[in-house]
Design a protein around this ligand. Structure first.
Ligand code: SF4
Ligand code: SF4
Ligand code: SF4
Length: 524
């Protein structure tokens, strides 16, 4: 490639990374649900770790995205890290701001902490293969970025939206509507905030250190890039040893003294190419590298240890589960049922969900009824931050399948709306003595009125009073009855999860109640 074309690489990278950064951010900052699931799918298909997980169970646009990233890395190295990864661009923004504050700030070659990075990567792979995503959830860049936005920036947007809505309401203008705000507990909020602080600290003090010490995508791509066809190298003949390339290398991977580049650590920012006054830093293909002894790439024999450790993230077959998870649930076991989180339709089983969800919270931010909530340890320590259906806050819309369409990791697999309407994620349980009809001798039919499949019907009880009657074969576990039930502190009707999702019987509903988008206020 000619010199002018090479120097243009940095500008192209800058524009592409900015475009992806904005697009990915918008997915998590859309409380109005204006972005279509199809568009979301195309954008998230290029996120390495979620795509790797998803391909185990589903092939589609994600598969093409994954193949593209792998081929790109085999051809040109870790371009993903510099252009497609949102945490990568976030680090670049911090580095850029730091340079604005301290104009003399320069990078310097540092040996990459390979041993620790790959040990972490191997540990993380073993955990993931064994079915625990804990480590993956803590370090995977896309999910961490998603959580930062979903739990910190999106609530701010909603507050601003609601503030504007209230002001406009005073002037009888109602085109901006109020959006319900999810309550997030401090312990759940603490993790994205701590991660954000860590990223700012690491990139401010040592450039792209996160990419070369903690990031699982970085470790995997570092291994692949060892075999890249084109590598950034220093041409000894052209190099005048000015050290300009080392000073701008945010991955600290250029040792200008020895004229070596550690390409496995190079995140493909192309700063070095642009900074070199003598065209001494070039992209060289295998042929050129083999033909010329004056092209220098880093080749530490220590790293050969990892040569055979490209471990694909593979999940063993899912364990056989019991049909329903009723263990420990007593007759009045509302609280016990709440201790067993319900996973979204399309997630097949709790085990499938837990072993693949990277807790990116894209489903949380996209769910129009806001029934999906992040949890801390509701699924256990190995299900850290994974979302559940929270019927205290809302219910799962019978006509909606958004989360099944947008989940990038395959934790929730795509299902069309007719199929989704037959997925039974849980079954209802009715506690007569807690029901308003028996307890207060008052009429109430909230649960039956809001059940979309008529799995709950009112049957004659005493005089004019009617009592709910269940047909769990029709129940989908959507939680509409539980959410509508007015009893406190326990709900008289509530959903117990199915550890393995089942199929409900198709209801004979002639005219279903329309359920508008957004949170619906029940009459209680
Ligand atoms: S060697 Fe350093 S400066 Fe050059 S592209 Fe790689 S990370 Fe960027
Ligand atoms: S289930 Fe939700 S939080 Fe988990 S990976 Fe899928 S979209 Fe992200
Ligand atoms: S299917 Fe249910 S849980 Fe999923 S996004 Fe729609 S309403 Fe939310």
């Amino acid at each position: 490639m000619s010199r002018p074309k090479l120097t243009r690489l940095k500008n192209i990278r800058f524009v592409v990374s900015l475009v992806f950064f904005v697009l990915i951010s918008l997915l998590f900052l859309d409380p109005w649900n204006k972005i279509s699931p199809e568009f979301t799918n195309y954008v998230v298909a290029l996120q390495l770790i979620p795509a790797l997980l998803k391909i185990l169970f589903y092939t589609g646009v994600t598969t093409i995205g994954l193949i593209f990233i792998i081929l790109l890395t085999f051809a040109f190295g870790r371009v993903y890290c510099s252009t497609l990864c949102p945490i990568g661009t976030l680090q670049d923004i911090v580095i850029y701001l730091k340079r604005k504050i301290n104009l003399r700030e320069r990078f310097q070659y540092k040996k990459s902490p390979y041993i620790y990075h790959y040990l972490l990567f191997i540990l993380l792979t073993i955990f993931t293969v064994a079915g625990s995503t804990t480590l993956l959830n803590l370090f995977e860049p896309f999910s961490n970025y998603g959580r930062i936005l979903t739990n910190t920036a999106e609530p701010l947007i909603i507050l601003t939206n609601n503030f504007i809505s209230n002001i406009l309401g005073d002037f009888q203008l109602y085109f901006v509507y109020v959006i319900p705000l999810r309550k997030i507990s401090l312990d759940i909020l603490a993790i994205p905030i701590l991660f954000f602080a860590l990223i700012v600290y690491m990139s401010y003090s040592q450039g792209r250190l996160f990419c070369n010490s903690l990031c699982p995508a970085g470790a995997l791509l570092g291994l692949i890039s060892r075999f890249s066809i084109f590598k950034i190298v220093i041409n000894e003949t052209a190099c005048n040893e000015c050290g300009a390339c080392e000073k701008v290398c945010k991955a600290n991977c250029i040792e200008s003294e020895t004229k070596r580049i550690d390409f496995a650590s190079c995140i493909g920012c192309f700063n070095c190419i642009k900074s070199c006054p003598t065209s001494g830093v070039i992209y060289a293909g295998i042929k050129l590298r083999n033909a010329s002894t004056s092209l220098v790439v880093f080749n530490s024999s220590r790293r050969n240890f990892f040569k055979y450790n490209i471990i694909p993230v593979a999940v063993t077959s899912l364990p056989v589960m019991s049909i329903t998870d009723t263990i420990g649930i007593q007759r009045n076991g509302f609280q016990d049922a709440r201790k067993h989180p319900i996973s979204p339709p399309g997630s097949i089983s709790i085990e499938h969900f837990k072993s693949l969800c990277t807790a990116c919270h894209l489903c949380v931010t996209s769910c129009p009824t806001h029934v999906l909530y992040p949890t801390l340890f509701d699924y256990g320590i190995d299900g850290i931050l994974q979302p559940k259906l929270n019927y205290d806050a809302s219910f799962c819309n019978y006509d909606c399948n958004i989360c099944t369409l947008i989940c990038p990791s395959g934790a929730i697999l795509p299902v069309d709306v007719p199929s989704k309407k037959l997925i039974q994620i849980g079954r209802t349980h009715f506690v007569k003595e807690d029901c308003v009809v028996i307890d207060k001798k008052k009429e109430c039919a909230a649960c039956a009125e809001h059940c979309p499949t008529k799995a709950v019907k009112m049957a004659p009880y005493e005089g004019k009073l009617k009592l709910p009657e269940l047909n769990n074969d029709l129940c989908t576990g959507c939680g509409a009855c539980e959410y509508a039930c007015p009893t406190t502190p326990r709900k008289a009707i509530y959903v117990r999860r199915n550890s393995v999702h089942l199929q409900a019987i198709k209801p004979d509903v002639k005219k279903k109640e329309d359920v508008p988008e957004g949170l619906i206020e029940f009459p209680f």
